[in-house]
Design a protein. Structure first.
Length: 97
């Protein structure tokens, strides 16, 4: 299962391979902050606390926007982090602001 925590709402949904964490959150009406959906604003920044290995590799946008310490700590951009395969995944929206 995929557990998504937004600003005030947490929901658990069935992960769908090929779909981003942000898309999952939007479809589940989780209050996940975002502006651009292209990986430049970083409002959709999140920390993946479980199942990071079930997501596709970091995108160029994530490498450009997130620092090495953030990447090592498990941060992703929700609009870029695509579910690769089903399993237990947990992510929390952690915007800079």
């Amino acid at each position: 299962m995929l557990t998504l925590t937004g600003k005030t709402i947490t929901k658990t949904v069935e992960p769908q391979p090929g779909k981003t964490l942000l898309s999952h959150a939007a479809d589940a009406s989780v209050d996940w902050l975002f502006n651009c959906s292209r990986g430049t604003c970083a409002k959709c920044r999140c920390i993946v606390t479980e199942g990071a290995d079930l997501l596709e590799d970091y995108t160029d946008a994530e490498w450009d926007r997130l620092g090495p310490d953030e990447l090592d700590a498990g941060y992703r951009l929700g609009c870029q982090a695509v579910v690769l395969k089903s399993g237990d995944i947990a992510a929390k929206n952690k915007t800079y602001f």
